[in-house]
Design a protein around this ligand. Structure first.
Ligand code: IMP
Length: 204
């Protein structure tokens, strides 16, 4: 993919948290970012892969095929050592089998379930990592996928209001903060998604 200031890329995600973290860095790089909302005909894409890489490619391929544009998709999640790397690829839907409390968001319910499942895990066993696999697919079928990871410690109590998903319970020892206590630019510089995005950007 050659350097091209007018390159248009469709972001194959409707997750508002991810759109925020992906659109700005790509735009700063001179890429024109188009959202999925411009293509309502695409609808829900079934993520039936068993790895982050497979799911990222499924999403990016589907969107590139319909739009005829370069498509970038991220499949990401949280791996918890004490749970044999669950919730992993099921991070977004982890607590869909739990009843919501009144006014509770999907992210908050996921956190509640994860804290319940790890309640008896001691501090030294609470290692975890965010994983982001990012795929870029061109309409001519050329594709690539990269992986970024970010190591942390699972807290027992949420802290911070920034970010999305599991950010309030993932503590980054080298920053003395949770991911939800970092400001968005700082998170992008050091996160799993930021790392994967920089690798994908090199080839765009
Ligand atoms: P996906 O849309 O299937 O890739 O789901 C990703 C899910 O993983 C999100 O809904 C979050 O629950 C979680 N996740 C991924 N990246 C992050 C992050 O940067 N912070 C917090 N949670 C994340």
């Amino acid at each position: 993919m050659s350097q091209n200031k007018a390159l248009r890329v469709v972001l194959a995600t409707s997750n508002a948290g991810k759109v925020r973290e992906l659109a700005d860095p790509l735009t700063q790089f001179g890429v024109e970012v188009v959202g999925l909302s411009s293509y309502p005909e695409i609808g829900e894409i079934e993520e039936n892969g068993t790895t982050f890489e497979e799911n990222a490619l499924i999403k990016a391929r589907a969107v590139a095929a319909v739009t005829g544009l370069v498509s970038v998709a991220d499949d990401s999640g949280l791996e918890v050592d004490a749970l044999d790397n669950a919730p992993g690829v099921y991070s977004a839907r982890y607590a869909d089998d739990w009843e919501s409390q009144p006014g509770e968001s999907r992210d908050a319910r996921n956190i509640r379930k994860l804290l319940h499942e790890t309640a008896s895990v001691p501090t030294e066993g609470r290692g975890c990592r965010f994983v982001s696999c990012m795929a870029a697919v061109r309409p001519d079928g050329k594709e690539m996928v990269v992986r970024g990871t970010w190591e942390g410690q699972l807290l027992a109590t949420p802290r911070g209001d920034n970010g999305f998903g599991y950010d309030p319970i993932v503590y980054l020892p080298e920053y003395g903060k949770t991911s939800a206590e970092l400001d968005p630019e700082e998170k992008n510089r050091i996160s799993h998604r930021g790392k994967a995005l920089r690798r994908i950007r090199e080839v765009l």
